[in-house]
Design a protein around this ligand. Structure first.
Ligand SMILES: NC(=O)c1ccc[n+]([C@@H]2O[C@H](COP(=O)([O-])OP(=O)(O)OC[C@H]3O[C@@H](n4cnc5c(N)ncnc54)[C@H](OP(=O)(O)O)[C@@H]3O)[C@@H](O)[C@H]2O)c1
Length: 271
């Protein structure tokens, strides 16, 4: 599973991001299954303006910022450093509170503030209790591929009228706040299954990770990350209709599913 040693970008400047594999599906929300064949190498700019580039296993790795280093954020940090990415973790209490995690993660990890982690990452994971979305550093996230792992849980987050009325999804709210190229992913798998479920490609018990987003290039980048850490990405569609297919209360939420079964569920929901 280990990828080549990642190269640091010069002076913190954003590096080009290229997806490892292509996506079968149309812009606008059609559920799809990820191809296994490599995509053509040509770059294509996404909403973020960042052209996709190779995943860690196929070339120079990208830097990943992580805002929220709890169950999901720290689990992803462990996976990403294991396969060769450079990671910056952050939380609300400050970098020193993450000394133990950084020591465990090793030389590919550092702790920063959320603003710094957002600047550091070419891809930035947002993994905080959803109700604190307004605290996210929007200026720093505005041109990034942002992976949103969060779920709207009113009993924890407090009620938000537009979400209760389903006029918007939680990830659309994060996109509106940050201006980032938001891809919802890793929200539907319990953290223990994310921690323990990594398997090599083709393993019969490899688990699916649902993702959704309105930009195909952003989704392709995130799909590459999902694959690199040992899961199969399954596209649910765009951030609106697609996001609603894997939020709390849906058929896939909280379940360990292989990719074919998850795809069937998404297609059935569409009909
Ligand atoms: N737990 C699961 O199985 C699971 C599975 C899928 C998705 N999710 C979703 O993923 C998100 C994270 O879940 P979790 O279980 O990992 O939560 P968690 O264990 O409670 O961790 C939350 C993290 O967010 C940080 N945080 C809170 N507010 C912040 C802010 N304004 N800026 C930076 N960091 C902030 C916290 O830091 P401090 O401790 O310093 O405040 C903590 O590190 C939630 O939306 C959850 O619904 C959870």
């Amino acid at each position: 599973m280990r990828g080549p040693r990642p190269r640091a970008g010069p002076g913190g400047a954003p590096r080009r991001v290229r997806a490892g594999r292509g996506f079968r599906g149309r812009r606008g929300g059609t559920p799809g299954v990820w191809r296994t064949a490599p995509a053509p190498a040509g770059p294509a700019a996404g909403r973020s303006g960042a052209p996709p580039r190779k995943s860690a296993r196929e070339g120079p790795a990208m830097r990943i910022g992580i805002i929220g280093a709890g169950h999901i954020g720290s689990t992803l940090a462990r996976h990403f450093t294991r396969v060769g990415y450079d990671v910056a973790v952050s939380n609300s209490r400050g970098p020193r509170s993450l000394d133990g995690l950084v020591a465990e993660l090793g030389p590919r990890a550092q702790a920063l503030t959320p603003e710094e982690a957002a600047r550091f990452g070419e891809v930035v994971v947002v993994s905080i209790p959803f109700g604190r979305w307004h605290e996210l550093p929007s200026a720093e996230l505005s041109r990034k591929v942002v992976i949103d792992t969060s779920n709207y849980l009113p009993e924890r987050d407090g009620h938000e009228r537009d979400l209760d009325q389903d006029t918007i999804t939680s990830s659309q709210k994060i996109r509106a706040h940050t201006g980032g190229n938001v891809v919802k992913a890793f929200n539907a798998l319990p953290w223990q299954d994310l921690r323990d479920g990594s398997r090599p490609k083709g393993a019969p018990d490899r688990l699916a990770v649902a993702l959704s987003g309105s930009d195909e290039d952003g989704k392709a980048v995130v799909a590459g990350l999902v694959r690199d850490i040992g899961f199969d990405p399954v596209d649910a569609g765009n951030l609106g209709r697609g996001g609603r297919r894997h939020q709390p209360g849906t058929q896939v939420f909280g379940r360990k599913l292989p990719k074919d079964e998850m795809s069937e569920i998404f297609h059935a929901v569409r009909r």
